[in-house]
Ligand binder design. Structure first.
Ligand SMILES: Cc1cc2nc3c(=O)[nH]c(=O)nc-3n(C[C@H](O)[C@H](O)[C@H](O)COP(=O)(O)OP(=O)(O)OC[C@H]3O[C@@H](n4cnc5c(N)ncnc54)[C@H](O)[C@@H]3O)c2cc1C
Length: 240
């Protein structure tokens, strides 16, 4: 277990990679020695903008693997009037930010097992980190990423994962769009549509990582344990 510590980081870049979603790359100052295990999150400190406001903390999953340290990236959905996401949205190259971490237990537990990742929305952030790490080992054990969004333009890292799946035979990427626009070509439906076409044998010797909105996480976990006979310890979840 890595002990969480406060640290300071500088923004290297801050760009939109999907509708209302930022990819922000940071570099940790050299006077801090921060480590994390892939899948964990950092808390950011959001300063008060005026005397009526209090400083607040917000959690963001680290969207890159630990091998990229002292650089790391976050993937943040900018929500209306959001204190934390609004603060990230306004960050410029060179800005400094105070953070704390790492925190959390999300991530792969058994390196020998196939990795099945199911994410919705910005639940993709820790999966991006895990995919980066698995690709560093050329997906020695197979990886499958099932990603659900409401509309295609919300699919962060879509091209990145498509290119990864072309490069590595052992990595499969499937995007599901629940409210597709007219003319959309691809998988229409929720991530549970993918599950409908699976059987218990698809989950043998696999661990499933699920991250996204709490209702999806609960529903998928329940299907895996009750209908696909998965062991609870092989279903690893993070909900937000
Ligand atoms: C362990 C963990 C990891 C997380 N990782 C990420 C991550 O990688 N990327 C990420 O974007 N978020 C992540 N979150 C969520 C994040 O911590 C914030 O809750 C989120 O950014 C909203 O905070 P805010 O300060 O911007 O909005 P707030 O100031 O808290 O809320 C402002 C308004 O926005 C509404 N709102 C809050 N969240 C949403 C939403 N998702 N969609 C629409 N409206 C919303 C609120 O109800 C409120 O009305 C994570 C949360 C946890 C617990």
């Amino acid at each position: 277990m890595i002990k969480p510590q406060p640290f300071t980081a500088t923004v290297l870049s801050n760009e939109y990679i999907a509708k209302e979603t930022r990819k922000t790359v940071f570099k940790i100052h050299s006077d801090f020695n921060i480590q994390f295990t892939t899948g964990q999150f950092f808390n950011i400190t959001v300063p008060a903008k005026n005397p009526d406001e209090k400083m607040v903390m917000r959690a963001y999953s680290i969207a890159s693997s630990s091998s990229r340290l002292p650089e790391f990236e976050l993937c943040v959905k900018v929500v209306e009037n959001g204190r934390g996401s609004g603060y990230i949205d306004e960050m410029q190259k060179g800005d400094e930010i105070k953070m704390m971490g790492p925190f959390g237990h999300f991530g792969k537990k058994d390196e020998t097992k196939k990795t099945i990742m199911i994410a919705t929305g910005t639940g993709i952030a820790p999966m991006k980190a895990i995919c980066d790490e698995l690709s560093e080992n050329e997906f020695k054990n197979a990886g499958i990423l099932i990603f659900g969004v409401s509309q295609h333009e919300y699919a962060s890292y879509d091209e990145y994962f498509s290119t990864m799946s072309e490069k590595y035979e052992n990595f499969e990427y499937k995007l599901y769009v629940s409210r597709p626009k007219e003319g959309f070509i691809g998988n229409a439906g929720r991530v549970t549509a993918w599950l409908e076409n699976t059987t218990a044998s698809d989950f043998k010797n696999a661990e499933v990582l699920i991250c996204g909105n709490p209702a999806m996480v609960k529903e998928v976990k329940n299907i895996l344990i009750t209908d696909r006979e998965m062991d609870k310890k092989d279903v690893i979840v993070e909900a937000y």
